[in-house]
Design a protein around this ligand. Structure first.
Ligand SMILES: [Zn+2]
Length: 529
């Protein structure tokens, strides 16, 4: 029985209700209110991995797939499918156009007020992130809510939580740390975890296949993988402990360390004990590192995913021993997928993928500025977006426009270019049907001076690009799993088209809180009891 509608569950009502003595907190669906949301992002997880290796899962992925609401046609519905914009969308319910996190290089780094604590490395904070996330909606409703977010990557840990100053940690060199945005020193429990030097204990560790070799249909010896280096199993981590610890993120063993760190945090911080809902967010990064080296059709990524399943199983089982299972809910998704190497996908797509050098289009844009005596460094092409900085010497709106027109005209003559267009013209496309135009439109806030965009044919790569790639608006990079698991959700497979921006409003509804700003996403009511 529903005791209040989420629309009526303002902060006052829910705060009041949760403090009534002897009355158990209830969710919008009528069950006990979840005490802990476990939000899992797997960095670079294609949806088809779960379909391909389903029969080999015995751990956490099996548990979530068997007992959860699995949306099989979920997408990061924006064009630049990189880690930073993906992580910024999953718990905000908003596209990059609204979060302001548009690219990795304009993500979390280089905040002069947020140096790292205790180690050297890039400063990091959510200073570019705009608006709120589920964490803010929960803390608005109940100030006791706390969040712990961990990842190997700064952007993977920071962006799901937004601007909230919570417990946020990532891995730098050989230890977990944070930045001054979150505090002046590391808490004792993080220092104690680092002092165990767990990552260094993997020195000399061998990564071999988890299952018998016959379980893997992928060839192991593929020279195009990992630039021809270390392409065969087994693989051995360096014997030197510091070198092993810094190499660890590119192996499945780092997922085990992340899980151990997250579980330690849950215990030390007492998350999921109180009447409020706490958040544990974990972004498991190694799948991304393995994927960039070996690609989506490799024996390495297959073994990585099977091992991730086992690690997630031990992680969830440990969590259930610590906390009341009936009051834990889990959501799992990914920040993006990945595109196979063009050399390995010639038969898969039509036209056959190629490596495309779009530099002549940039040269054409710069030539327009140069002829007018303007600063040619105003022109930047990054991740398919042509940005022309209006603050540079001599750059006028008319000149920017002429340079962008020249860029588009030149790009359209380059084989392998699918779409080259002025950014402002994209809104006129049928955005319901034209996913690529829609994803570009949903990409940039109005204050980013993007003049034109370019998308290659499906499967094609920028030339030169040395490793396996993601970052395009195509299905390979956009299609990700979305799974909800726990008492409020109706188990089953859901084939409808949904977006990662739908995750946060759906969780908000399940947790009985109201978003504090308009969202792009909508509640996936089909999955809710
Ligand atoms: Zn990523």
């Amino acid at each position: 029985m529903s005791i209040f509608r989420p629309a009526l569950a303002g902060s006052l009502l829910s705060a009041l209700f949760s403090t009534l003595p002897g009355v158990r907190s209830m969710s919008a669906q009528g069950g006990p209110k979840p005490a802990l949301l476990v939000f899992i992002t797997v960095d670079q997880l294609r949806e088809d991995y779960l379909e391909r290796w389903l029969g080999q899962f015995t751990g956490g992925l099996k548990q979530l797939l068997d007992g959860g609401a699995f949306f099989t046609n979920g997408h990061q519905d924006h064009a630049i499918t990189e880690t930073a914009p993906g992580h910024a969308s999953v718990m905000s319910g908003r596209f990059p156009r609204s979060t302001g996190i548009t690219r990795n290089i304009a993500g979390v780094n280089n905040d002069p007020n947020a140096p790292l604590i205790g180690v050297n490395g890039l400063s990091a904070s959510p200073f570019r992130f705009r608006g709120s996330t589920l964490t803010d909606w929960l803390t608005t409703a109940d100030a006791r809510t706390r969040a712990l977010s961990v990842s190997v990557k700064d952007r993977g840990a920071i962006l799901p939580i937004g601007r909230s100053r919570q417990q946020v940690y990532w891995y730098v060199g050989t230890t977990f740390t944070t930045s001054k945005y979150y505090g002046d020193s590391l808490p004792d429990w993080v220092k104690a975890f680092d002092a165990r030097h767990l990552p260094e204990h993997f020195a000399g560790k061998v990564w071999d296949l988890l299952l018998p070799p016959a379980s893997y249909s992928e060839p192991d010896s593929v020279p195009a993988e990992n630039q021809g280096r270390s392409i065969m199993f087994p693989k051995t981590l360096p014997g030197d402990s510091a070198l092993a610890a810094s190499a660890l993120p590119a192996t499945p063993f780092m997922d085990e360390v992340l899980a151990a760190f997250a579980l330690d945090g849950v215990q030390q911080l007492g998350l999921g004990r109180g009447p409020e809902t706490d958040i544990l967010a974990v972004s498991f990064s190694p799948t991304d590192y393995v994927g960039h080296a070996y690609g989506p059709d490799s024996r390495e990524i297959h073994d990585q995913i099977v091992r991730l399943d086992r690690t997630l199983g031990r992680f969830l089982d440990s969590l259930y021993r610590l906390r009341d299972r009936s009051r834990v809910i889990v959501a799992l998704t990914a920040d993006h997928g990945v595109t196979p190497l063009p050399e390995l996908s010639q038969q898969r797509y039509s036209p056959p993928p190629q490596r495309v050098n779009v530099r002549p289009a940039v040269v054409a844009a710069r030539a327009v500025l140069s002829r007018a005596g303007a600063d040619t460094l105003a022109v930047e092409l990054e991740s398919g977006a042509l940005i022309i900085d209006p603050a540079r010497t001599g750059v006028t709106p008319a000149l920017s426009s002429a340079a962008a027109d020249s860029f588009v005209a030149t790009a359209r003559r380059i084989p392998g270019v699918l779409l080259a267009e002025r950014f402002a013209a994209l809104a006129a496309h049928d955005l319901g049907k034209d996913a690529i135009a829609r994803r570009w439109v949903q990409m940039f806030p109005p204050d980013v001076p993007v003049q034109a965009v370019i998308t290659l044919t499906r499967g094609s790569y920028w030339d030169p690009y040395p490793v396996v790639m993601h970052g395009t608006p195509h299905e390979d990079d956009s299609h990700v799993p979305i799974i909800f698991f726990g008492a409020p959700f109706k188990p089953g497979r859901y084939p409808q088209f949904v977006r990662t921006v739908d995750i946060a409003p759906t969780l908000a509804q399940a947790l009985g809180v109201t978003p504090t700003e308009p969202l792009d996403g909508r509640v996936l009511t089909a999955a809710l009891k």
